[in-house]
Design a binder for this molecule. Structure first.
Ligand code: SF4
Ligand code: SF4
Length: 434
């Protein structure tokens, strides 16, 4: 018997307690220092419970269980619903200070009906037999302008005709001009971004030309919520606005949004994806962002009413009383995610869409896909990345983001490490600490 390869053992932040989390056996416990010694040195003296819970295991049997769980994972993943992003334009009416798409080419064409038809035929042929839904993405998918809106109207008609649900990622400014189109389809959710209270949001996410956007977006969020649409409010966080997160949380609480069943939130880390940003020194690394967030939550617990961060699997454990299934792959690209744009090109996901050189083929004017490049994305998981296959955090991390790994190492079978241990130290303290 040996300590499991998948034990994650550390100490809760700001506490004397230790923890062990094991994603393969699905067990987690708070431990004393003495109990940790059973897992690190004094195996013979360990209580039988530690064997039963898989913290101490026979390596051969554990590998067998690992392989079975992997097969399970792949089978489930192949049945997952597919999210297909569609970019009707790369243009945007905002001039956000950190936009990673600001350097992507954006010719000012509208969608042709032939191209829209070809998109739906891609959905039918390539993704035949899979459950799927569409997410409109940009640029900004909800621009003003009659001819642009008319070209999108046909797209919505086709979604309705094919009974496909639609989600939208929008800056929220012209949402009110699109309620008529939205009413024609089943809407999955509407994601809108607010980057802080009014003054800060308007500084970071102005209209092109510098006009403010906050008030109009807030009105549109109110309207969406009262129409029953699920609003997913996203805040993109960096060093410039982190300190105002408590103010944004209080704003949402005072508006009554946080008490509504159709309101949810997400925090996005502002990070350098493909292009160098002007103000690189305002970016957080992943661990820095969560460390700052952890400190801020300790001082302003009302943030949790607005948004409860995952801190790896800590939130899941606190809400479900059990661990999630082992995560052999955290990158859905070309598996349960695709991204297509109005130029007829096919990409792996939102991180690569529109980036020259990342095309995986075309769906219009003809369907022509680079199957070798697609297979490379589909093959990526923790078993196929050498460093991940050896890593004790792999079943919580899943190997990270393929696009980030490729940018860093020049190929896909490379890791994009998540600070799993540090996240658990903070998250388990926040959600389970005394
Ligand atoms: S490459 Fe990154 S952004 Fe794209 S699907 Fe994978 S994890 Fe998500
Ligand atoms: S990406 Fe890094 S942390 Fe994640 S499983 Fe691979 S080696 Fe481990």
């Amino acid at each position: 018997m040996q300590p499991s390869r998948f034990n994650i053992i550390s100490r809760l932040n700001d506490s004397l307690d230790f923890f062990v989390v094991n994603l393969l056996s699905g067990q987690a416990d708070l431990l004393s220092e003495e109990e940790v010694a059973f897992l690190e040195r004094d195996f013979e003296k360990a209580p039988t419970e530690f064997f039963e819970k898989g913290y101490l295991a026979d390596p051969g049997k554990e590998m067998q269980q690992y392989r079975l769980r992997y097969i399970d994972f792949i089978e489930k993943r192949d049945q997952e619903e597919v999210q297909v992003f569609f970019v009707p334009t790369y243009q945007c009416n905002f001039a956000c200070s950190y936009c990673y798409q600001s350097e992507y080419p954006a010719p000012p064409e509208n969608l042709s009906p032939e191209m829209v038809d070809a998109f739906f035929s891609f959905m039918e042929t390539r993704l035949r037999g899979r459950k799927k839904y569409i997410t409109l993405f940009g640029g900004e998918p909800f621009l003003s302008g009659k001819s642009y809106k008319a070209s999108l109207a046909y797209f919505f008609e086709k979604c309705a005709e094919n009974s496909l649900e639609v989600a939208v990622v929008t800056n929220g400014y012209h949402l009110d001009q699109y309620f008529d189109l939205l009413s024609k389809v089943k809407v999955r959710e509407i994601q809108v971004t607010l980057d802080g209270p009014e003054h800060l949001h308007d500084h970071r996410r102005p209209w092109k030309g510098g006009l403010p956007s906050f008030k109009k977006i807030v009105e549109n969020i109110d309207q969406c919520l009262s129409l029953g649409y699920i609003v997913n409010l996203r805040a993109v966080i960096d060093r410039e606005n982190m300190h105002e997160l408590p103010a944004l949380a209080r704003f949402a609480i005072e508006k009554g949004w946080t008490g509504l069943p159709n309101f949810k939130t997400q925090l996005g880390r502002n990070y350098e994806l493909h292009y160098c940003q002007d103000a690189r020194n305002r970016l957080y690394s992943r661990v820095e962002l969560y460390q700052e967030l952890y400190r801020l939550i300790k001082d302003h617990p009302e943030i949790l009413e607005f948004h409860k961060p995952a801190f790896s699997v800590a939130k899941f454990l606190s809400e479900n009383g059990s661990l999630p299934d082992p995560l052999f792959d955290s990158c859905p690209a070309c598996k349960s995610e695709w991204a297509l744009d109005y130029s007829g090109r096919v990409y792996s996901c939102t991180a690569t869409v529109g980036k020259p050189g990342e095309e995986l083929g075309t769906f219009f004017p003809e369907m022509k896909l680079n199957e070798t490049a697609i297979s490379a994305w589909q093959e990526r998981d923790t078993l196929h990345i050498d460093k991940c296959a050896e890593c004790s955090f792999q079943l919580a991390c899943g190997g990270g983001c393929g696009s980030v790994a490729k940018n860093q190492y020049g190929h896909l079978l490379a890791p994009d490490c998540r600070p799993v241990k540090e996240l658990l130290e903070m998250g388990l303290d926040l959600y389970f600490g005394k």
